[in-house]
Design a protein around this ligand. Structure first.
Ligand SMILES: Cc1cc2nc3c(=O)[nH]c(=O)nc-3n(C[C@H](O)[C@H](O)[C@H](O)COP(=O)(O)OP(=O)(O)OC[C@H]3O[C@@H](n4cnc5c(N)ncnc54)[C@H](O)[C@@H]3O)c2cc1C
Length: 389
């Protein structure tokens, strides 16, 4: 083994997971996180079977399974009539894709990852360490040891990305997510407790699912809006009022009533476009820093988890720069295919005018099995290095 020690910048889902994946292969790491404590930022997450399978391999799945819910279906419904249009049978995930499909609060996953890292002798979490320049001298000083490689997992607004020539840039997508949690008592009966439901309307959609770990309902509304800047802590205030009138004004009164109870947080949706993944020597990006995408496939965290699992497998097998090239060659086609799928979902979810009726007619005719088959490549994926230590 030529790689013994790695520095990881960022203790989000990507950073904590890659530390565990490296440890599983005998590689130690320092994880530098700017925050003094890992706070409970975020809202609900859907964890699809491709990610669940990697989490199982790094010893985290059993920590979250007792706290999440496994929905029976991802339902597509009209935001105007509330009519079910079709549904993806994710309740069959364990038999069809050999791993579960679960929903939980992001904080639950992050806490489970953090606990696993704290119990792992090969991984050291260093809170309160902001690294803006990921050069070896800075990192060696911060970690008291020179790493063989640096993994930048510092999220969509990554500062370390600037140090990789030709790296992709973050770009505002023009869309905003407003995220809120409604308590179990305030949840109306028409919202299914057993499904993830995506309500679709012209140029907007709303995803709703129950969270067992916070005993409430996670709601995410997405439509066009102006970015409040690079923050996920913003109060929605004015932007949400504008969106409610402009995009959700014609929606079903039952959903409008639900919105009146909401005090959402605003999440500007940035995308990280294509560019160089690494510097050809010792530094590479993973997770949102590398490929933040719109949440129309609910795969951002899943891809961050797969990234870490596969990168660790390559690093355990070959010298660093060869491992980076092999990782990129292996993962690029999958990420490109996912981007195409996400664009298609975006087009379908936000269709307007006659396109909307065409979409509904086509989707109504699709059997659940044919919808599931179309996602076998995504959910049934076995990551590189799966089952091998
Ligand atoms: C509305 C919405 C819904 C979503 N739903 C889903 C879903 O259902 N399923 C799914 O798989 N994905 C979903 N995602 C995507 C998912 O949340 C992200 O892709 C994922 O959290 C990215 O993880 P990350 O670790 O790469 O980045 P982050 O979570 O952003 O973590 C980056 C970490 O790096 C730290 N950091 C930043 N800069 C520095 C620095 N200079 N020095 C040290 N530390 C630093 C930060 O403090 C942070 O802890 C959704 C996203 C949105 C916006």
């Amino acid at each position: 083994m030529t790689v013994h020690h790695v520095a990881i910048i960022g203790a989000g889902i990507a950073g904590l997971n890659v530390a565990l994946a490296l440890a599983r292969r005998g590689i130690s790491s320092d994880v530098f996180e700017q925050a003094e404590a890992l706070d409970e930022v975020g809202a609900g997450l859907q964890i699809s079977p491709n990610a669940a399978r990697c989490l199982e391999q790094v010893g985290v799945l059993h920590r979250i399974e007792s706290q999440w819910r496994e929905p029976r279906e991802v339902t597509l419904a009209s935001g105007i009539s509330l009519r079910r249009i079709t549904g993806l049978p994710v309740g069959e995930a364990r038999s069809r894709w050999d791993a579960p499909y679960g929903v939980l609060h992001r904080a639950t996953l992050q806490t489970a990852l953090k606990q696993a890292v704290s119990e792992e002798p090969l991984a050291t979490l260093r809170l309160g360490h902001r690294i803006v320049s990921p050069d070896m001298a800075t990192i060696a000083a911060a970690g008291h040891r020179k790493p063989d490689a640096v993994i930048c997992a510092d999220g969509v607004w990554s500062a370390s990305r600037r140090h990789i020539a030709g790296a992709p840039k973050a770009r505002f997508s023009g869309n905003i997510a407003w995220r809120f949690v409604v308590s179990a008592e305030d949840t109306p009966a028409f919202l299914s407790r057993e499904h993830v439901t995506a309500f679709m309307g012209p140029s907007a959609h709303l995803v709703a699912y129950p969270l067992r770990d916070v005993s409430g309902f996670n709601l995410v509304a997405i439509a066009a809006g102006a970015s409040p800047g690079e923050t996920w802590d913003g109060k929605a205030g004015h932007s949400w009022q504008v969106a409610r009138n402009e995009y959700f004004g014609g929606w079903n009164p039952a959903l409008q009533k639900l919105f009146s109870k909401a005090a959402p947080a605003v999440w500007p949706l940035y995308e990280v476009a294509d560019g160089r993944w690494h510097n050809g020597a010792d530094t590479i990006m993973i997770g949102d820093a590398l490929h933040a995408m719109m949440p129309f496939s609910a795969q951002g965290a899943a891809m961050a988890i797969e990234d870490g699992f596969e990168l660790a497998a390559f690093l355990a097998e070959m010298p660093v720069s060869d491992a980076f090239s092999a990782f990129e060659a292996h993962r690029r086609p999958r990420l490109e295919r996912l981007r195409k799928r996400t664009s298609l979902n975006r087009f379908a979810y936000h269709a307007r005018g006659p396109l909307r009726f065409g979409r509904d007619a086509v989707l109504t005719m699709r059997s659940p099995d044919s919808l599931a088959r179309e996602l076998d490549w995504l959910y049934g994926y076995e990551a590189y290095g799966f089952g091998r230590n």
